[in-house]
Design a protein around this ligand. Sequence first.
Ligand SMILES: [Mg+2]
Length: 321
Amino acid sequence: MKEFDLIKRFFAEQPVQRKDVHLGIGDDCALVSSGEHHHIAITTDTLVAGVHFFADAEPRAIGHKSLAVSLSDLAAMGAEPSWISLAITLPSVDENWVSEFCAGLFELAEYFNVQLIGGDTTSGPLSITVTAQGLLPANKGLSRGGAAVGDWLYVTGELGDAALALKMLQQEALVVPEHQEVLLAKLHYPKPRVLAGQILKEYASAAIDLSDGLMGDLAHLCQASQVGANIVLDDLPLSAELLANVGADTARELALTGGDDYELLFTVSEDNKVGMETALSNAGVKFTCIGQLNKSMKLTTTLYSNVVQVNAKGFEHFSSD
Ligand SMILES: [Mg+2]
């Protein structure tokens, strides 16, 4: 019991103090206010050792990622991250581990001005649950369901790097030493696209964050919006490191099906295309148009020429599995 009280002290030393938090850690509940004309976006993610991360992964990286995945969901809705609560289950009390975990978590929290307002600490197999909340001007949020036939399909950043890093750790792929650090950082320290989401809420018709792989997440968007989509394979944004280590075909496949990118996938109408591209460019956000939405609701051809067809029922890609 005393040991866990000690751990709680680490969490009490968090860096952010927001004005809209009236009561933070330490009481039965936290009290916050959202201001008028705002909705609150709320999302929860659990990361379990051995399932979502290697149990012996660097605690700093686990701290970063357990917050980053939730902030990525807020980004996909166009919400401004505000408050988090944390439920952490630890097999034993290791002060160094907790200290490093907090360093990773709080570095990201400070960057996005997010305050830890409560949580719980228990004993058991290592698992971390973060609930993140963010603010949205009322009726301004993005969802998966707003896309229309003819809208253009975009992604931020580059795809497939985290999937290659995972394959490297699982000894299923070889990566030259000079690229390992860059690729591992993509897996362990994803950057939630919060700024992009803030801009996109003014222009995009729909958005989703890429956690499970482009094809699967696009199928969710297609289902919610009742549209189909084409992806132009040559237009997929691939990093030099990815291409150098696996070649074009595998790089595309990792970009299409690998998880853990935490980039945003979003759609924009023809009318909003130029405004959106200008706004993202001015903010220094990297983005790529990868295809267009269509009305094809039945899964037809897998791959014709250079295009993959995706719709609500799922997708097929060019490998045979
Ligand atoms: Mg998500």
